[in-house]
Design a protein around this ligand. Structure first.
Ligand SMILES: C[S@@+](CC[C@H](N)C(=O)[O-])C[C@H]1O[C@@H](n2cnc3c(N)ncnc32)[C@H](O)[C@@H]1O
Length: 285
């Protein structure tokens, strides 16, 4: 953990403090041109590491509403927002003990305090294989050790992240609740879990509750309601016929990206071409 920046230093842009499967940092250059320059409130129902929020937070004039169904993820965001110093101290405890044995102890540990739980989450997120949070169907974290040192988050960055979150509403919500709130003049970015390509292909479990085809259909209906209410929105998804059929009247930007997936031997990752769709919604201007 490093000392505070000198007063005349230019601070690095803020970025996600967690590595999150499906995180959009690398795709931002393709997506940002479609985000309005300025808007009232911002709503992100599938927050994850919040790559979009960190990139566009200066365009928000009103309140940021940041939500996800994953309770522990949201609790970590809340600790960053409310207690950066306490979190920094809790992370230092993990830094001093970091080792392979300690990792496996922590995988099954259950700290009692919210701060302890958040620090454990960040520790596992940085040191797990491929830096991932993945649970089994019982909600138990089950990723093997990644053989990488724990770097924590430096104190200055934690305070800058916390300052940037002042006034933000950060709670655990299902997307159906989040999407009831946006009003004309607001902007919504939606990045739901992608449906598996086939019934037999692997899918990514962020929470015990799986995101299925009926969820996507319900989500599309809610997006059409947003348009009817005059709300601008953008959705990232996989470019499939099923997705395109759900948005017959929307402009869809299609492109290909390289996606990392686990290789057979589990220690490596392979890069695959993946077709992406960016669905543009809201009132026509
Ligand atoms: C593709 S990730 C979002 C990644 C994010 N855009 C980023 O840059 O890190 C999808 C997120 O949706 C969340 N999620 C899954 N089902 C949900 C639901 N029913 N309501 C709200 N969030 C949900 C998952 O916990 C996961 O964090």
């Amino acid at each position: 953990m490093t000392a505070a920046l000198p007063p005349d230093a230019i601070a690095a842009p803020l970025r996600p403090f967690l590595k999150w499967a499906g995180g959009k940092t690398r795709l931002l250059p393709r997506i940002l041109p479609y985000v309005p320059e300025s808007f009232e409130n911002y709503h992100e129902p599938f927050l994850g590491g919040g790559a979009m929020f960190w990139a566009i937070r200066e365009r928000i004039n009103g309140t940021a509403h940041l939500h996800d169904l994953n309770e522990i993820l949201i609790s970590v965001w809340q600790r960053v927002q409310q207690d950066p110093s306490g979190l920094h101290q809790a992370l230092a405890w993990y830094m001093e003990r970091d080792s392979k044995e300690f990792y496996y102890e922590q995988r099954t540990a259950a700290p009692e305090t919210l701060l302890g739980q958040a620090a454990r989450f960040i520790y596992l997120n940085q040191t797990a294989w491929n830096g991932l949070w993945r649970v089994n169907k019982h909600g138990i974290f089950n990723v093997p050790w990644g053989d990488r040192p724990f770097r924590g988050i430096d104190e200055d960055t934690l305070h800058r992240l916390s300052d940037a979150l002042i006034g933000a509403s950060i709670t655990t919500n299902d997307f159906r609740d989040t999407l009831a709130k946006p009003q004309a003049g607001d902007f919504v970015y939606l990045d739901p879990p992608y449906l598996p390509i086939s019934d037999t292909s692997k899918f990514y479990l962020y929470t015990e509750k799986r995101f299925r085809a009926p969820d996507l259909v319900g989500l599309a209906d809610l997006c059409h309601d947003l348009t009817d209410r005059g709300v601008h929105w953008l959705m990232s998804n996989r470019d499939t016929e099923q997705v395109r059929d759900l948005f017959p009247n929307n402009h869809i930007v299609r492109f290909t990206t390289r996606r990392s997936v686990a290789a057979q031997n589990r220690r490596d990752v392979e890069a695959l071409d993946s077709p992406e769709a960016l669905i543009v919604g809201g009132p026509v201007t």
